[in-house]
Design a protein around this ligand. Structure first.
Ligand SMILES: Nc1nc2c(ncn2[C@@H]2O[C@H](COP(=O)(O)OP(=O)(O)O)[C@@H](O)[C@H]2O)c(=O)[nH]1
Ligand SMILES: [Mg+2]
Length: 254
């Protein structure tokens, strides 16, 4: 079984991508299942085959423990780890070839707490990868782009799992802007140029030093533009996942 964990900042398009990619795979006659790990999801844009909400309900936790949504989310994310065994059993019953995992809305409760890496270890088998989403609209300027680069590197540092970086919602920005962001991702020099041109003062210095540090580590972030609305780029994302898994690549593709 191949397991893909979809990670990104809140609203970056994880849930829609999970549904769309699973549909696309079904169209390719693949035996795919979806797993929702967001206990706070209200209206998912797909029907998950396995759903953490069967075991953990954010709104019950808020009531039972007198917590606000953030406290309940942290408690819920810690409780997810206890359900790893039950989730595993359900996955084994379904026997999918590919499992697409939608993670909690706020990525820090999954990526930056103990339960995330534990779940990835428990549920993911040999062939697993993280798909990290860069929101197109958010990533349109060099400052936000570098912040996202940094978050993606932090996620990699947490999971040490092959990671594919995707530019989500590419239908929402003009084609030239998509090409420009992809250029930044392919060429550190082009990104530095944009930083020099568009940023000033401390923001310029910090962004430049951050991106240089990331590139010095040998991490690469070639972004693949995709739209979960129009399905544009889905074939390229799939090819990148295949390539990364086949090569047992240490990090992302170049
Ligand atoms: N136009 C467009 N909207 C998208 C796309 N992906 C997500 N969205 C919208 O962005 C919002 C957040 O998406 P969602 O999947 O819930 O993000 P999540 O919080 O990361 O799970 C929703 O209103 C989606 O309909 C996309 O590829 N294109
Ligand atoms: Mg979601």
């Amino acid at each position: 079984m191949r397991t893909l964990f979809i990670i990104g900042t809140a609203g970056s398009g994880k849930s829609l991508f999970t549904g769309a990619y699973a549909e696309w795979l079904k169209g390719q006659k693949q035996n795919v299942a979806t797993l929702n790990l967001d206990p706070g999801a209200i209206d998912l844009p797909y029907t998950p085959d396995i759903d953490i909400r069967e075991w953990i309900n954010l709104y019950d936790l808020m009531e039972d423990y007198h917590l606000g949504p953030n406290g309940a989310m942290i408690l819920a994310s810690d409780l997810i780890a206890n359900e790893a065994e039950s989730i595993r059993e359900e996955v084994e019953n379904l026997e999918p070839d590919i499992l697409v995992v939608d993670t909690p809305g706020q990525m820090e409760v999954f990526a930056f707490r103990a339960s995330g890496p534990f779940i990835v270890k428990e549920i993911g088998e040999e062939e697993k990868a993280i798909v990290y989403l860069f929101d197109s609209v958010f990533s349109s300027n060099p400052l936000n782009y570098v912040s996202n680069l940094f978050l993606s590197a932090a996620v990699y540092n947490r999971f040490f799992t092959p990671q594919i970086n995707v530019l989500s919602k590419c239908d929402l920005i003009p084609r030239e802007k998509v090409d420009q962001i992809v250029d930044w991702s392919a060429s550190p020099l082009k990104l530095e140029d944009a930083i020099e041109r568009e940023l000033h003062g401390d923001k310029r210095l910090l962004s430049r030093d951050l991106m240089r540090a990331i590139y010095r580590l040998g991490l690469r972030f070639l972004l693949i533009p995709v739209s979960a609305k129009t399905y544009e780029g889905m074939v390229n994302v799939n090819a990148a996942i295949e390539r990364v898994l086949a090569a047992g690549d240490r990090y992302t593709i170049e």
